[in-house]
Design a binder for this molecule. Structure first.
Ligand code: ADP
Ligand code: MG
Length: 345
């Protein structure tokens, strides 16, 4: 194909325009999991099961016991910018839900086969619905289903062979990142029962699980083990709460750092960087474990900066970073004398 130079500017066909954008919303296995789990949490689920086949490249299934989707919305479900979560632009500021952009399912359709099984009633009857790559409903059949929704995405990234090959080359790493993404949500919603499994030698094998009604402490213990739990110290200043490593403990990799703002898992490199620096001054380890939640006023944060909402703008960024580092500093000031959580040392 040749590049047209000095040609006429024309509006792309609507479908082409959509396709150009859709593949940017969901870019890897981790974002597939993130989007599906956010939807399950937004639907008030108390149980979320995730199963992987072929490291996720064959299929990822997320099954919940949430509100389900009523039949009148089945047609709209995977269309572009269709959402039940906001009605106008002003709502974005106050959106308490994880989603509100109405892009995820539409985007998923463009690079994976998507099947939804859902029921919004208690009568045991639901629908199994198949969507095409433009998010158009192509098939709907009645099926037995308790209230809730199951979304299966299979043959991921098949229309994008270059990306598929790049991701598959490091399938193990991609899979681990996907699991980590699920763990982030299990930690911001510890009362929800998460269960994650992956097919190994044709058998589902549990990756991790948490129990219904758990506290953060219990879920950290379930996911990372009781021995890690013992090395953590609680912080609670009102603005910041959770757990961090005591000064005598820690890790040499940054793989146990979970920060959420208003219960949304986010990346705040400035904050984790400041904590890492403060920690290195008191510890032999390079990275503290961090399991903290920061609360700010809804209008003091903008999460709609990037499609994945992981990068956030904070109005009082320096104040927030300062408060968290001060709270951590108070813990690390007692180096070696860290109080023990959840058991004997
Ligand atoms: P968003 O989450 O930004 O609204 P999505 O494309 O992720 O956009 O989902 C579109 C809509 O589909 C949601 O607004 C919601 O009404 C519905 N939906 C998606 N997943 C679920 C689910 N697991 N349970 C109930 N409703 C769902
Ligand atoms: Mg969503």
């Amino acid at each position: 194909a040749s590049i047209k130079k000095g040609g006429n500017i024309q509006r792309l066909d609507r479908k082409v325009g959509q396709r150009v954008c859709a593949s940017q919303v969901v870019v890897d296995l981790r974002s597939v999991c993130k989007e599906l789990i956010e939807n399950s949490l937004d639907a008030s689920s108390t149980s979320i099961k995730v199963s992987f086949a072929g490291n996720g490249f064959e299929s990822i299934t997320v099954s919940d016991n949430g509100t389900g989707i009523t039949p009148q919305f089945h047609e709209l479900l995977c269309r572009r910018h269709t959402t039940s979560k906001i009605e106008n632009a002003d709502d974005i500021v106050h959106a308490a839900s994880f989603g509100f952009r109405g892009e995820a399912l539409h985007s998923l359709c463009s690079f994976a086969d998507l099947v939804v099984t859902t029921s919004s009633t208690e009568n045991g009857v639901g629908h199994r619905i198949v969507y095409d790559s433009d998010g158009v409903l192509v098939e709907s059949t009645e099926t037995a289903r308790t209230r809730g929704t199951t979304v299966t995405v299979s043959n991921l990234f098949r229309p994008f062979p270059v990306r598929l090959r790049a991701l598959q080359k490091r399938a193990g790493v991609e899979f681990n990142r996907a699991v980590l993404a699920i763990q982030e949500y299990a930690l911001v919603a510890p009362s929800v029962a998460f269960s994650v499994s992956t097919m190994k030698n044709s058998r589902p094998t549990v990756v991790f699980a948490t129990s219904l009604g758990s506290t953060l402490t219990q879920s950290v213990g379930r996911i990372f083990g009781g021995s890690l739990l013992k090395t953590l110290v609680p912080i609670d200043t009102g603005t910041v709460s959770g757990f961090i490593s005591g000064a005598s403990y820690g890790r040499n990799t940054a793989d146990r750092q979970f920060i959420s703002i208003n219960n949304r898992p986010v990346d705040v490199p400035e904050l984790s960087g400041a904590l890492n620096n403060a920690f290195r001054a008191v510890s032999h380890y390079r990275f503290p474990c961090i399991f903290i939640t920061v609360k700010v006023a809804p209008d003091a944060i903008d999460v709609n900066v990037t499609p994945d909402k992981r990068t956030v703008l904070l109005r009082d960024r320096q104040t927030v970073v300062g408060q968290v580092v001060a709270a951590a500093g108070a813990v690390w000031g007692v180096a070696g004398e860290a109080p023990v959580v959840g058991g004997k040392r």
